[in-house]
Design a protein around this ligand. Structure first.
Ligand SMILES: [Zn+2]
Length: 82
């Protein structure tokens, strides 16, 4: 029988154990996945972006995309000229 480490407190228990004996965390892989998904979903965003900040970010992304397209076009033009 293999052992499994508790993701919460680090206590090593037997694999197949549903709950950690020390902290009560779910050790069942299925349950653990759901629990981690819930923590990610329930995690509040680091900061709330305002409308102007979002617009600035969007413009930055558009400028970057435009630059990338321009570089690709330039590369093609250079290749075709040869
Ligand atoms: Zn534990």
């Amino acid at each position: 029988m293999s052992s499994i480490k508790c993701p919460q407190c680090g206590l090593v228990t037997w694999e197949g154990e549903i709950q950690c004996k020390r902290c009560g965390a779910s050790l069942d892989p299925k349950h653990r996945d759901i629990a981690s998904m819930l923590t990610v979903a329930g995690h509040p965003p680091d900061r709330v972006y305002s409308q102007s900040e979002l617009r600035k970010a969007l413009i930055k992304k558009l400028v970057l995309a435009g630059l990338v397209i321009l570089l690709i076009v330039l590369a093609f033009v250079l290749i075709w000229r040869r």
